[in-house]
Design a protein around this ligand. Structure first.
Ligand SMILES: OC[C@H]1O[C@H](O[C@H]2O[C@H](CO)[C@@H](O)[C@H](O)[C@H]2O)[C@H](O)[C@@H](O)[C@@H]1O
Length: 625
């Protein structure tokens, strides 16, 4: 085996992360070696990881992390424990088609008397009526601890709105979608900060835009497309305020949480904070906003570079690379879906196997794509989820982008040395993505399976047969980097982008109403036949900016299919949907562990963004063709 060479980049002074030290963890006690000065919250999580690793094999999940992350020191863990018992009791008496486990962990306690609420919980409840009476006595409605916000920069028909949308029908609808920001804007009620022990909702300093329906709180990666839409709607102040909430979370927890609930503190979501800040800067030129948020981006980068997420892998030429994976710091049922997780784990016998499964389930939620055959060793068997053993194409795309954005911002604010270091880091990641994830035969980037044999502490040796050769829309997401390249050399040059486009066209993913998430119908929501707004947008924007006229036309074709299906579904249901069935124009998506959701933050953002980018001519049909 060729000698391992250290990656060419050192970010030590910029981020306190030194890739050379990364390799030392082979000989050092296990722990957060890649993160010498992390945020205190991350330290607690890391210590939890350390504890479990001292006693179990590396393939075991970080069991002690559970104990570390469900107590914020404000008493909200006691409430969450009670709410999970409420959830379990409610399941027994609620018809399955209306039972949503998340509702129960979102309930705010009406008074400070948790003990009284505990004592009065009917165990078992005799009926649904008895359970509902109990809930009404002790708890407010789920979502009642958020109050409507009235964004001051909202105008019903903002000047300069969608100048290229000529069709009256399309324009009238776009204005209705734009008006949905008012319905989705919220503020956390003052009681949440005053009495955190009564809420699983976390306090936030500014207004938020929620996805909608059961998703009553702000979500991390959803917010990127919310921001894109708010910028189209000229709501620049709201876009900044929403983003500053996520910055606040980084400052408080060391990373952006999956969502702003105490039960989401054990994981993040696809990291797009730097992209939000970049797009706001491009729209407003507000350099103070960049200055204000910059150090939080460095902090977030440290989180993703820590041992929890970083994987070291040696390519076939002996070159060593750092890439990232998803990994939650949790090995218990997800509180928001505990009944579902417990049921799934009941197929396994040992407590250790259950913990490992819970760890994989939560780690999959960190991917934002929960759930999908993509993360299963043996699809569609959910007990074979193995997300922490996958190097995902899209995650590394987002982190490459983060590094490029940080380099750009650092230059803007005069931190040239930091800029150079992050530029180098992004180049190293570019090389890593090309070496480890690019598949020249299929002309796609492919997720990479790392071994589950307990070697995750060391440097993995790249193997050609470890690519996941199944077709997923995520295989094409690196194209998005075309949209954001400030250098003459594009991430995927024009010729390569065209080859990737042809591969996408041959893949079978493009359907009547958009790009399917995968080709496999598992009944999971991130599989066929669902298409998701962020995925359409990432791929279309990448194609649009590839430099190829043909790819640009293809991007417009994808956008047209997507806009039409959103429009037709809206006309028939009076709502924007979370996801769509790409087989049938105008049909919302289904599957997964919860019912169809409407609102919907990222759907609105993607439609507005497509309409801004491509316009809609007078004579273009907007119904299904
Ligand atoms: O309650 C189940 C899961 O719900 C969320 O995931 C889905 O909705 C999110 C909000 O729109 C979205 O960010 C994610 O991509 C969806 O899969 C939540 O994020 C999960 O953590 C949660 O377990």
């Amino acid at each position: 085996m060729p000698a391992a060479r250290a990656p060419p980049v050192s970010l030590a002074s910029a981020t306190d992360w030194n890739p050379e030290r990364k390799h030392r963890f082979k000989r050092r006690p296990r722990g957060m070696v890649g993160l010498p000065h992390p945020h205190p919250h991350v330290v607690v999580l890391a210590l939890a990881l350390l504890l479990i690793r001292a006693t179990t094999a590396m393939t075991s999940p970080p069991a002690a992390a559970a104990a570390a992350t469900d107590d914020d020191g404000d008493g909200s863990h006691a409430l969450l424990a009670l709410l999970q018992r409420v959830q379990a009791e409610a399941e027994r008496v609620t018809p399955p088609d209306v039972f949503d486990p998340k509702r129960y962990v979102d309930l705010p306690l009406l008074t400070g008397d948790l003990r009284a609420a505990e004592a009065a919980l009917p165990r078992p409840a005799a009926s649904l009526a008895e359970m509902e009476a109990y809930l009404a006595r002790f708890f407010g409605e789920a979502g009642s601890d958020l109050v409507a916000a009235d964004p001051r920069d909202f105008h019903a028909d903002p000047p300069g709105f969608l100048p290229r949308v000529e069709s009256r029908e399309a324009r009238a609808w776009a204005l209705e979608v734009h008006a949905l920001w008012k319905l989705l804007a919220r503020r956390v009620a003052p009681d949440v900060a005053a009495h955190p022990e009564r809420h699983t909702l976390l306090p936030l300093p500014g207004a938020v835009v929620i996805p909608g329906a059961r998703f009553r709180e702000v979500y991390y990666w959803d917010t990127y497309w919310v921001i894109r839409g708010l910028l189209v709607s000229k709501m620049y102040d709201t876009a900044k305020e929403v983003t500053l909430n996520l910055v606040y979370l980084v400052e408080k927890y060391g990373f952006v949480l999956n969502g702003a609930r105490s039960y989401y503190t054990n994981r993040s979501e696809p990291p797009l904070l730097s992209s939000m800040i970049l797009d706001i800067y491009k729209a407003t030129g507000d350099l103070d906003f960049v200055r204000r948020t910059f150090s939080s981006l460095l902090k977030e980068h440290r989180f993703w570079m820590s041992e929890v997420h970083n994987v070291v892998i040696m390519d076939k030429h002996g070159q060593v690379h750092n890439l990232c994976r998803y990994q939650a710091m949790w090995n218990k049922p997800r509180p928001e879906s505990a009944t579902i997780d417990v049921h799934l784990a009941s197929k396994l016998t040992s407590a250790a196997a259950k913990e490992k499964l819970y760890h994989q389930v939560a780690s999959t939620a960190e991917s934002g794509c929960d759930f999908s055959s993509r993360w299963m060793r043996n699809s569609p068997d959910m007990t074979t989820l193995a997300t922490t053993f996958i190097i995902p194409v899209d995650l590394n795309t987002f982190i490459f982008k983060m590094e490029r954005d940080i380099a750009f911002f650092a230059k803007l604010i005069g931190e040239n040395a930091t800029s150079d270091k992050f530029l180098e880091a992004s180049k190293a990641r570019h090389i890593a993505i090309d070496s480890i994830l690019w598949n020249s035969e299929m002309e796609q980037w492919l997720d990479y399976w790392i071994p589950t044999d307990g070697n995750s502490e060391g440097v993995y040796q790249w193997k050609p047969d470890s690519h996941n050769r199944n077709i997923f829309a995520s295989n094409f997401i690196p194209l998005w980097l075309n949209a954001h390249n400030s250098e003459p050399v594009q991430f995927a040059d024009e010729a390569k982008s065209v080859r990737v486009m042809r591969s996408l066209q041959r893949s079978g993913l493009l359907r009547a109403a958009g790009i399917a998430t995968s080709l496999s119908n598992t009944s999971q929501q991130w599989d066929f036949p669902n298409g998701w707004p962020p995925v359409q947008h990432l791929i279309a924007e990448g194609l649009l900016n590839s430099g190829s006229e043909e790819a640009k036309k293809f991007a417009e074709d994808i956008a047209t299919r997507w806009v039409r299906t959103n429009y037709v579904a809206y006309k028939s249901t009076d709502a924007m949907h979370e996801k769509y069935d790409v087989e049938i124009c105008g049909k919302s998506g289904g599957g997964g562990e919860y019912s169809r959701q409407t609102g919907f933050g990222w759907s609105n953002g993607v439609v507005l963004s497509f309409l801004e980018e491509f316009g809609w001519p007078q004579d273009k049909e907007i119904g299904c063709s």
